[in-house]
Design a protein around this ligand. Sequence first.
Ligand SMILES: [Zn+2]
Length: 440
Amino acid sequence: MSKLKTLRYGLGSALVAAALMASSSVVAQEAAAEHVATVEAILADSQFETAVEYMRDNYDQQIEEFVELVEIPSGPFMEAEISARYAELLEEAGLENVHVDEEGNAIGEWRGTNSDGDYLVVSAHLDTVFPEGTDVTVNWIGTEAHAPGVGDDTMSLAVILSYIRAMKEAGIETEKDILFVGTVGEEGPGDLRGVRYLFTEGEYKDNISGFFSIEGGTAGRMTAGGTGSLRYRVTFEGPGGHSYGAFGTVNPSYALANFMTAFSEIEVPEEPKTTHNVGIIEGGTSVNSIPFSMAADVDMRSEDPDELEKVHQQFLALVDEAAAYENERNSTDNGEITVNLELIGDRPAGNTDPESDLFQITHAGYTAAGYEVPEPGTSSTDSNMPMSLGIPALTIGANSGRGGRGHSLDEWLDTDIELTIPAMRATLAVVLANAGYVQE
Ligand SMILES: [Zn+2]
C-alpha cells in the first residue's frame, strides 16, 4: 500500500452500497451463488490441493526468495537491480516471454488454454519508499521478519513466485492468459510510473481485461476504490525590484497570496471525499526586495475522478486570475507576472464496480475460503491506473495479516506458515477463479 492510509467508506457510501445491494435483483444473487460454487469447487479440487501442498512443502524457498528480495535496495527510481533479479526468478518459476519492459517492470506470461488475447494481470510492486543507504538487512524475531519493505510489498513478490511454481507443479490450467508483473514506481515519487506504462504505452496496453495488485494485508482485503491526486508546483514570477524604490511593481508574493486565499475557499464534498492543500511555499530573496519568484506545492485529492477534475479546473482558473489581478492593479513597466505550472504528481482516481465479475468472484471467493471481507476500502495503489481506465481492478492481500509499521524502518511481518499458507490458498483460489480455472 502506498503511504495513504486505507480509508473506509464513510456512512454515506455504506448506505448507498446497502441500497444498491437491496435493489439488486434475484439474478445478481443467483450470480453470486454461482461464483461461490465455482470457488468452492476449486478449493475442493485435487489439483488445487496439490498446489497448496506444494506451497507448504516449499515454503522455505519462498522465505529465502523473500529475504533475498528484501535485501536488494529498491527505493524510488532505484529498482533496476531488483527488476532484473525478479525477472530471473519469474523465468526460473516457468513463465514464458519473461522480460523487463522499457519502464522497468519485470513481466512474464502464463499461457491459458482458451486465450481470447486478453490478460488477467497479477502484480506486486518492486519499489519501497526507502532512500539509498537504508539498512535493509532482515532481522528475525521468531517468525517475524523485521526490515524496511517486508510487508509493503516484498512478501507479495515472493508469494507470486510460489503461485507460479505451484500451478506448474500441480498441472493447473486456466482458460485465460495471465500476466505476472513486478511493477516499478508504485510509491509516492514513482507516481505509478510502472503501471502507467503498462496501461498506456507498453505492448500489453490494449489487452488487459482485469488487474490484481497483491499488497500488504491478508486474504479478504479488497481495495476497490483508488484515491486520485494531482500535485503541482505553481510559480509566480515577476521583474522584482527594491521594496521601497520600486514600490508599485507587480509582486509575485501578492499574486501567490491571492491565489492561496481563493484556493482555500474552494468548496469540496465530504462524500466522495475530496481535499486540497498547499504544502510548501518558498521564494524571495530578502525582506527589502520585491521577489522575482514565489512558488507553492499544491495537492488535490478525491475518490471521484469528476470531483478531482472540478477542483483541478478551479485551481487552474484561480492561478490565472491571481496573476491577471496583480498585472492589472500594479505596474508592469518592468515586466508582468507570469505563471509556471509544473505537474509533480498525477494519480488518477477510479473505482471498480461492485457488480463487475472481478469484484463479485473475488468477494465470493474469499467468503467461500472462510475469510471475512471488510467493507472494501479506498486507497492509492497500482490499481488506480486500471480503475481510472474502466478496467476492473482490485488490490488484495495474501500474507499473514500480522505486521505493521509500513513505510518505517521498524516495518515487520509475521511469516508464520500457519497464517500465511491459508491466506495464500484463498487468494490463489480467487485468482484462478477469475482466470477461468479448468477442472480436470
Ligand atoms: Zn504498497
